[in-house]
Design a protein around this ligand. Structure first.
Ligand code: SAM
Ligand code: SF4
Length: 391
């Protein structure tokens, strides 16, 4: 593939007030006295990384993800952004996002974030029924979701996203429709709608197996997916990615980097970077992460991950790109990976065209390969697994 330089930067902020029962992200609870040390080490990591992989292009997107980045003070975020500005050029229209939890933001902190140049907030709401928030072990109330959105709007963020989860224990279709309607009423520019995954090792993983009561049945979760797929576009949100909806012009630019399988800097505990065809993982535990950066500091960075070959990169590009409604250009796949590998992929996808899960759409002298929603998106795992096995 032709050389593309990273234009996106992900920074992981691993602090949470408590661990939600479904969540297996790399986080730490109770790290109050660790926050400043972590911010200092993250800034060291930025400096060390750019010394090894100097930025060529200005950053188009910066994403503070978590964990709960809104648990950092304005001053701590300022320190990180000042470090970034020292080493990177940032495009004047860059999207700078921050993930926030209800119950952790105030008008004052949000105004502070905005004054730093952060221009997009992604707020985890998950559900609008107190019983369901409690079932998930969320550390906030429904009232705090409303307070957070009110503060986001008053602080002048016109671009904000809400996260919702379907398929929660005890969640009914009425709850789900109610959550969608309440989310729409708040007029976010973007919505992420996830189907609950039961992750091994989480509280839910210990309590439930897929199919167990009180989890909704598969038929119910499919119906919930279709309900979102119908209700949100009717309210003006384009279903542009399997789990994401946006008003026109508000697609998540940072996530598009991942879905287009383009390189990015990733820094912080548990973060992965993808540069020069190498995916480099940082340790997921705080002590190990801090030790790893101290080691980089004393003896230099060594990136030892294997280099991704053409087949694997094509696989990743298909896996990510098929998530998007726009699909992928066959011409550009062929020019990047060669006709033979692409023909093999097309052969694997052929039976799914008959099922009406996949289509090849003619567009300006090219063919775009895409999944057909909702079935192609609902069953995308089957298609991707087939590609993995046979490509
Ligand atoms: C990294 S979390 C950060 C957001 C923020 N900490 C919060 O929880 O509000 C991003 C989103 O992933 C989703 N998520 C996390 N674990 C999930 C799971 N097991 N199944 C489905 N969605 C999940 C939640 O909707 C969450 O808002
Ligand atoms: S607040 Fe977000 S990152 Fe933290 S445990 Fe809950 S879902 Fe995970």
């Amino acid at each position: 593939m032709s050389q593309i330089f990273p234009k996106s930067l992900y920074l992981h902020v691993p602090f949470c007030k408590r661990r939600c029962f479904y969540c297996d992200f790399a986080i730490t609870t109770g790290g109050e006295n660790l926050k400043q040390q972590y911010v200092d080490v993250l800034c060291q990591e930025i400096a060390l990384t750019v010394a090894e992989i100097p930025p060529i292009e200005p950053l188009q997107t910066i994403f503070f993800g978590g964990g709960t980045p809104s648990l950092l003070s304005v001053k701590q975020l300022e320190q990180i952004l000042q470090t970034i500005t020292k080493y990177f050029a940032i495009a004047s229209n860059a999207e700078i996002s921050l993930e926030a939890n209800a119950g952790t933001v105030s008008l004052e902190t949000l105004q502070g974030y905005r004054s730093l140049g952060i221009n997009r907030i992604s707020l985890g709401a998950q559900a609008f029924q107190q019983e369901l928030l409690d079932v998930c072990g969320r550390g906030h109330s429904v009232a705090e979701i409303y307070e957070a959105v009110d503060a986001i709007q008053k602080a002048g963020f016109e671009n904000f996203s809400l996260d919702l989860i379907s398929g929660l224990p005890h969640q009914t279709m009425t709850d789900w429709q109610d959550s969608i309607e309440k989310a729409i009423a708040l007029q976010p520019t973007h919505l992420s709608v996830y189907d609950l995954t039961i992750e091994e090792g989480t509280a839910f993983g210990k309590r439930y197996q897929a199919g167990d009561q009180p989890l909704p049945t598969e038929d119910h979760t499919v119906a919930m997916y279709i309900a979102a797929h119908e209700l949100l576009p009717a309210a003006g949100y384009e279903h542009y990615e399997i789990s994401n909806y946006a008003q026109s012009g508000y697609q998540a630019q940072h996530n598009l980097t991942y879905w287009h399988n383009q390189p990015f800097y990733g820094m912080g505990m548990g973060a992965t970077s993808y540069i020069n065809r190498q995916r480099i993982d940082r340790p997921r535990k705080m002590r190990e992460y801090l030790d790893a950066i101290a080691q980089w500091q004393s003896s230099g960075i060594s990136f030892t991950a294997p280099v991704i070959d053409d087949r694997e990169e094509l696989m990743d590009t298909l896996m990510q790109g098929l998530r998007l409604a726009e699909g992928l250009s066959l011409k550009s796949l062929q020019s990047n990976y060669g006709i033979e590998l692409c023909d093999r992929a097309l052969q694997i996808l052929y039976p799914y065209q008959a099922k009406k899960w996949v289509k090849l759409l003619e567009q300006s002298n090219d063919l775009r390969i895409m999944l057909i929603p909702p079935d192609g998106w609902l069953f995308s795992n089957i298609i991707i697994a087939d590609l993995y096995e046979h490509l």
